[in-house]
Write a protein that binds this ligand. Structure first.
Ligand SMILES: NC(=O)c1ccc[n+]([C@@H]2O[C@H](COP(=O)([O-])OP(=O)(O)OC[C@H]3O[C@@H](n4cnc5c(N)ncnc54)[C@H](O)[C@@H]3O)[C@@H](O)[C@H]2O)c1
Length: 447
């Protein structure tokens, strides 16, 4: 099948590569000429495990190509997947300018039947706006052509995107049009050989499903983060509470980790956009407003602990930071809690020695306005001359470090563990002064 993917970011590039892997001929369009040039030269602009090999393999087979030529891209595919960004507007609602521009470009250039697939995360009603935008462009050209608009939200996780796309839990298709539904079913058939994973529903329900999924996951995180604050006060251990409730199949074990707050390009903006959509329709989504407020608060918790230990004035202090990306296995720094933590420590006069296994370049770019940050090239180097270690992202290589080396390199053996990677009792036994998130009971026992 000939497929066009519009917008070659995390979602677009993974979608294009995985569809090409199944034998389709995929042309990826982006208006960012630099990005397309790099891709044409075989350079992968994002870190995603397994993606580089898949892109190279399919590019070599000429099943995956990249272009900035809108006319050629629109002419190529019967299916036009839109995977452009939908960043938050000033009022928190999703900024639809990129989606609507992609739709208009399709309307201005198409010459035969197209199925336009909204893969970006978009507010309810977007398919109608996309349909109207294309119809308007066709009317301006004075031509009559058939097209369908379907919603196909993407549920992949950065860091495991290839696996998620190749082996999805479910594939949601919002479609009011039998012809388009059949085409979508045939595109996804190779991804569901063991069982039918297609959930076909009306377009509006599909659009809302994506926001509902992210809002639910964000809610679980904020719930545990709030409880972790209480656990600290009452002398309970949030990790034991997590195990205690997660074993209930009605609750399940996923997304129950207390930490430094959620970040990334999806949860923060999608929760905001849903709250905003509620307000537009006079529905108070109070739970989600609280989820967002709890998350903002949580990004400051680790710094609060540092201040409790070292005082409000951190002039002359240096802190080692392990992990900058918003989660492991990605270089994505969008809304990463590390950005708040670094800024808050610097604001109090501290110096930072920061290390991340893959996000160094991206972190250097987004933290370039702060002049007290040294980006160093190993986790060991981060410790040199530091008063304490802060673990901010739970990369695997931070889980079993050389604790003797940490102890002898830091000025004093102090660890603030923003991801509860270490065991408080073990840390105490090794002579560390250890602070996790919501580990009041075990910290107290260990002391
Ligand atoms: N990143 C994720 O993990 C993830 C997961 C699921 C869903 N989503 C959703 O998918 C969408 C894309 O997210 P992303 O993280 O891939 O975005 P991104 O910012 O990484 O990439 C978007 C790309 O679209 C390009 N673009 C913008 N307008 C264009 C146009 N008119 N024509 C062609 N290209 C255009 C940009 O240049 C950019 O390269 C968003 O709605 C997001 O919420 C993201």
């Amino acid at each position: 099948m000939k497929i066009t993917v519009i917008g070659v970011g995390y979602v677009g590039l993974v979608t294009g590569a995985c569809l090409a892997e199944m034998g389709n001929h995929v042309l990826c369009l982006d208006l960012d000429a630099g990005r397309i040039e790099r891709l044409q030269q075989g350079e992968i602009p994002i870190h995603e495990p397994g993606l580089d090999k898949m892109v190279h393999r399919n590019a070599a087979a000429r099943r995956l190509q990249f272009t900035t030529d809108v006319d050629a891209a629109v002419a190529h595919g019967t299916l036009q997947f839109i995977g452009v960004g939908t960043p938050p507007d000033e009022d928190g609602s999703a900024d639809m300018q990129y989606v609507l521009k992609a739709a208009r470009n399709i309307g201005l250039a198409m010459n035969d039947y197209k199925v336009v697939v909204d893969k970006s995360t978009v507010p309810v009603g977007t398919a109608d706006r996309v349909r109207a935008t294309i119809a308007q462009a066709l009317a301006e050209r004075g031509v009559k052509l058939e097209f369908s608009v379907v919603s196909n939200p993407e549920f992949l996780k950065e860091g495991a995107a290839i696996d998620d796309f190749m082996k999805p839990d479910r594939i949601v298709i919002g479609s009011d049009d039998e012809r388009a539904t059949l085409l979508m079913r045939s595109v996804y058939m190779p991804f569901m050989r063991n069982r039918d994973k297609l959930l076909v529903m009306d377009v509006r329900s599909a659009e809302l499903t994506k926001y509902a999924a992210n809002a639910m996951l964000a809610t679980r995180i904020s719930f545990m983060n709030e409880l972790s604050l209480l656990a600290d006060r009452v002398g309970a251990d949030i990790e034991l509470v997590r195990a205690g409730i997660g074993s209930d199949p009605r609750i399940g074990t996923h997304f129950l980790y207390a930490g430094t707050g959620y970040g990334g390009s999806c949860f923060p903006k999608d929760v905001k956009a849903l709250v905003r959509a509620g307000a537009e329709h006079q529905v108070n989504l109070g739970v989600l407003a609280a989820v967002e407020a709890a998350n903002e608060h949580q990004k400051h918790v680790l710094v609060d602990r540092v201040v409790q230990r070292f005082g409000e004035d951190l002039q002359g202090r240096t802190f080692a930071l392990w992990g900058l990306a918003f989660k492991p296995n990605t270089d994505d720094m969008r809304e990463a809690p590390s950005r708040v933590i670094v800024a808050e420590l610097c604001r109090r006069g501290a110096r930072i020695r920061a290390y991340d296994p893959v996000a160094m370049a991206e972190a250097a770019r987004v933290l370039s306005h702060l002049d007290r940050v040294d980006m160093v090239d190993s986790q060991e180097a981060a410790l040199e001359g530091a008063d304490a270690l802060l673990v901010v992202t739970e990369w695997k290589e931070f889980r079993t470090p050389d604790f003797d080396h940490i102890k002898t390199t830091l000025k004093q053996p102090v660890i603030f563990d923003g991801r509860n990677v270490y065991d408080p009792a073990l840390m105490a036994a090794m002579g560390f002064e250890y602070t996790g998130i919501g580990r009041g009971a075990r910290a107290a026992r260990a002391a």
